[in-house]
Design a protein around this ligand. Structure first.
Ligand code: PRP
Length: 179
């Protein structure tokens, strides 16, 4: 697995340190709210990031998960997405933090945000391990960004290629000949 990478972009220690910083920042931002936020992680890529991040969030948060897949032939501004796994609980009137591994075109995030708004969430923020702004096709706000990265094909720490490499403890760039 490790030999398939041409370089490490973000090493394990840097990811853990950044999760600590983000966790502290989120704790600080929500500490005066009566109700702590619900973290909604989008399967599957966000799982390792979620697991690391929430260790450093010192609030009585809850976790929930959604799995969505994009529809071919979606409209121009918002990709139509299909919900493969929906939330377990109502989020009406709740503060939400969406947890992503990467924001690329921004279309998934835009569509999920609309779904959560329709479900009655009162405040929605976004935390993403990685942000690739150069690829953006729609405007979305990412409130907490782990690392801004260039337009390279990255895998690891949740990110896959053909469902592999999610368990790498760092983020790296796959060798060109492998994809
Ligand atoms: C990836 C990633 C984001 C989305 C970002 O999910 O986890 O959800 O793509 O791309 P976008 O900004 O262009 O919409 P994917 O559908 O590959 O699922 P996965 O998390 O199971 O890998």
């Amino acid at each position: 697995m490790h030999k398939d990478l041409k370089k490490i972009l973000i090493d394990e220690k840097s990811i853990i340190n950044r999760c600590l910083e983000l966790g502290q920042q989120i704790t600080d931002d929500y500490k005066h709210d009566v109700e702590p936020p619900i973290f909604i992680a989008l399967l599957k890529g966000s799982v390792p990031f979620l697991a690391e991040l929430v260790k450093y969030v010192n609030l009585d948060i809850e976790l929930d998960f959604m799995d969505v897949s994009s529809y071919a032939g979606g409209t121009e501004s918002t990709r139509d997405i299909r919900i493969l796994k929906d939330l377990d609980r109502s989020i009406k009137g709740k503060n939400i933090i969406i947890v992503e591994d990467i924001v690329d075109t921004g279309r998934t995030l835009l569509a999920v945000t609309k779904i959560l708004e329709n479900k009655g969430a009162s405040g929605i923020k976004v935390v993403s391990l990685l942000d690739k702004p150069v690829r953006r096709e729609v405007t979305v706000e990412v409130d907490y960004v782990g690392f801004e990265i260039p337009n390279e094909f990255v895998v690891g720490f949740g990110l896959d290629y053909a469902e592999k490499y999610r368990n790498l403890p760092y983020v790296g760039v796959l060798k060109d000949e492998l994809y």
